[in-house]
Design a protein around this ligand. Structure first.
Ligand code: SF4
Length: 501
């Protein structure tokens, strides 16, 4: 009996919701639109509620596909023979859904779709013109089908499920034709989640978040690396990110298996007290009195004000900040070992360094697999092993969205084989952050060489500082970051509501 089957043995599973189908299955089988996605973070990847996850596990879908067992969008599986991604329940050989009879409400609805209107005021039921069948169907038949589905969606139990899982309602899409408004569902959503529209964070929202960070003035050369959208967005496969804007302040929320928290303080140009009180009020509304309600990545300059407001501030691992010229030159005794390793790599290997291109994705995937196996064979602390397991979906997002986030990516090839890659971003014009680096660990000096090359490139482009982020509390990582002699450890705090003792 597998771990997942064991886990399911005592689970209570409510009967599935069954909606009428408009598109005949023989038509679906000949089509290649559904169940396939161009990017790992596609907003349209299916959402499963807790019960639907339980049924999917029983149907043989891997537990790793569901980052939050209480309800989550699936982690998509890469197409190893092409460029895109599949739903993990999709059988590529037969082009069918392996759990068709238990597929989630999200999939049953299709080609109808629940979505917000453009102003995010009203929930709508629409039909998706991307479905080839719908383009040929008679409008009257679509409307009759929609009426039947709408009557079911109006049932209290189904409405409650949708309200409990706000991701079931998608963002406005221009190619989805509105059939009807759903005022009762709109009202139920507002009473559960609050009057301010809450949006799922997608790539399209990044300019808005960047503009808010620019307005706030919090993003400086010595700021935490977290003051950049990609730092958060890359975890979009594992966590659900949401945002809202109120009176010029941008609020970023993350929904984890434990509950809701803020990965950053409210981002605005004015005083923090009112926005923070709004944010904490919402977190408490969604989490109850769970201690999970918190604000992460609080910079030291906000600490006195937050303490005055009665919040409890707890330090967490700081970011490592280096003088860029130190790392580009590696001069002197203190960098002797890193310099020797760089020299050894240059001496022993015939290699090429190039810019990352999206076509490198398959090779990066193969390297990440090898690297994970190498790390595991070295024996990892349990937290390190957990981080490793979470790394793949985050790297998939980075490979896929590198150009959207203006990431600088480099790859190293030896005799054509990709054996290292790294990505980073400019936090400001003076500070470059190294987001990730993966190298073949059997090649001595490769990691040190690639890091120095990255630093040399960004110094030539004007970098004064290199930020390599925190050490996640891992002693090995801490030692290697310390060995490069940081010029500063940037303090980082978590703010939570002070509890009565
Ligand atoms: S659950 Fe089935 S129908 Fe839904 S996207 Fe996955 S494979 Fe397709």
């Amino acid at each position: 009996m597998s771990a997942y089957t064991n886990e399911l043995a005592g689970a209570f599973v409510t009967p599935p919701i069954t909606l009428p189908q408009l598109v005949p299955s023989r038509t679906c089988l000949q089509c290649d639109v559904c169940c396939r996605f161009p990017d790992p973070d596609s907003a349209l990847r299916p959402y499963f509620t807790e019960n639907e996850i339980t049924r999917a596990l029983t149907g043989g879908v891997e537990g790793a596909a569901f980052p939050n067992r209480r309800g989550s969008q699936v982690i998509l599986a890469p197409d190893h023979h092409g460029d895109g991604y599949f739903c993990p329940a999709f059988d590529v050989a037969t082009s069918t859904c392996r759990i068709y009879e238990q597929r989630p409400l999200d999939c049953q609805l299709y080609p109808l779709a629940l979505m917000w209107d453009e102003a995010h005021d009203q929930v709508l039921l629409g039909w998706d013109t991307k479905c080839p069948f719908m383009r040929e169907e008679i409008p009257g038949e679509i409307q009759r089908h929609a009426d039947r589905v709408m009557a079911l969606l109006d049932q209290q139990d189904i409405r409650d499920q949708v309200v409990a899982h706000p991701r079931l309602i998608g963002r406005f899409q221009e190619d989805v034709v509105m059939l009807t408004r759903l005022p009762r569902l709109t009202e139920a959503m507002a009473s559960q989640w609050g009057p301010v529209p809450l949006h799922r964070l997608t790539v399209d929202d990044i300019p808005r978040m960047t503009a808010a960070l620019d307005r706030s003035g919090w993003c400086r050369a010595q700021s935490l690396a977290a003051y950049s959208p990609v730092y958060h967005y890359m975890w979009n496969g594992l966590l659900a990110y949401w945002w809202m804007e109120l009176q010029g302040t941008f609020y970023l929320f993350a929904q984890s298996p434990d509950g809701w928290f803020m990965p950053l303080p409210p981002i605005g140009a004015g005083l923090i007290d009112e926005p923070l009180s709004v944010a904490m009020g919402l977190l408490q509304r969604w989490n109850g009195d769970s201690p999970v309600s918190r604000v992460e990545n609080v910079p030291s300059q906000l600490v006195p004000e937050l303490e005055r407001l009665g919040y409890r501030l707890t330090p967490k691992e700081p970011d490592y900040l280096y003088r860029a010229t130190d790392l580009a030159a590696l001069v002197g005794d203190r960098y002797k070992s890193q310099r020797a390793l760089c020299n050894r790599f240059e001496r022993e290997q015939s290699f090429e360094v190039g810019l990352y291109r999206v076509g490198d994705r398959q090779d990066c995937r193969a390297l990440l697999g090898d690297w994970s196996r190498q790390k595991q064979s070295e024996g990892l602390e349990s937290f390190g092993a957990m981080l490793l397991a979470d790394a793949t979906p985050a790297h998939e997002v980075v490979w896929s969205q590198a150009s959207a986030f203006r990431l600088t990516g480099k790859v190293v090839r030896i005799h054509g084989r990709l054996c290292a890659y790294t990505f980073g971003y400019w936090l400001t014009s003076a500070t470059f952050c190294v987001l990730l680096e993966v190298t073949d660990r059997t090649l001595p000096g490769l990691a040190q060489y690639l890091f120095r090359e990255t630093c040399r490139t960004v110094v030539a482009e004007g970098a004064e500082y290199i930020n390599t982020m925190d050490d996640a509390g891992l002693p090995g990582l801490r030692a290697s970051k310390q060995a490069y002699h940081p010029t500063m450890l940037i303090p980082n705090f978590v703010a939570s509501l002070a509890r009565e003792s």
